[in-house]
Structures are given as structure tokens and as C-alpha cells.
Ligand binder design. Structure first.
Ligand SMILES: [Zn+2]
Ligand SMILES: [Zn+2]
Length: 116
């Protein structure tokens, strides 16, 4: 598998929210964690779609859900649910962080803004 990027399974998550949305003061629906580098990005329902954007920029094709109680991986290149390695904790955003999040930045009409 020489065409697969190295997975740094010891990398800690970049934060408790989408890295790009946090920088821009934005908000997200669900969070995804890059299995290669720990980048946290938002899902494709989110306005920013930064997890997919991270894959397009870096080629890091394996991501894991960053939602509490979920434990699946997704391969962006093959577009399929796959098995993944043990990653360094935390494996999800804080349980008191709302969905969508973060608290205080989600517009009241968020349902009309998300991608479906
Ligand atoms: Zn985002
Ligand atoms: Zn990455």
C-alpha cells in the first residue's frame, strides 16, 4: 500500500471543533477526524465541508467519526466504510458540545443552511 499516506495513530485531535470553522468563527453539524494527522473537520452536511476539503488538500483518505458513541471509519477515496486503527484519545468531541455546534454560534435557521 505504498500509495497510502502514513497514519500517525499517536497524533492527537487538532481540537474539539472543526479547525477551519473555529478559525473563521463558523459552526458545524458533525465532526470528522483525520486518521493520518488528527485534523478535525466538519462533515458534508456542514456549510464548510472541511473534512472533505482536508482530504482534497492533503490526500489523507482515512477519517474517523468524532461524534460521541460512534466508532466508524470512512475512506474518502474509495467512498466506503472501512476498518481503522486504534487512535490516540480523545475519540470524540466533548459530550456537552451540542450538535450542531458549537454553543452560541449556530444560527436559528441552521436547518435551511446545511447540505442535504
Ligand atoms: Zn468546518
Ligand atoms: Zn490529515
Amino acid at each position: 500500500m505504498s500509495d497510502s499516506p502514513h497514519l500517525d495513530t499517536a497524533a492527537v485531535p487538532s481540537g474539539s471543533g472543526c479547525q477551519e470553522c473555529e478559525a473563521a468563527g463558523g459552526w458545524w453539524v458533525h465532526l470528522r477526524r483525520c486518521a493520518a494527522c488528527g485534523h478535525i473537520g466538519c462533515c458534508d452536511s456542514s456549510v464548510g465541508q472541511h473534512a472533505t476539503g482536508h482530504f482534497r488538500e492533503t490526500g489523507h483518505e482515512l477519517m474517523r467519526t468524532f461524534e460521541p458513541g460512534e466508532d466508524w471509519f470512512w475512506n474518502f477515496r474509495t467512498e466506503s466504510v472501512v476498518a481503522g486503527p486504534e487512535l490516540a484519545p480523545p475519540l470524540a468531541h466533548p459530550a456537552d458540545q451540542p450538535t450542531p455546534g458549537p454553543a452560541g454560534r449556530v444560527p436559528t435557521d441552521w436547518r435551511d443552511r446545511i447540505h442535504r
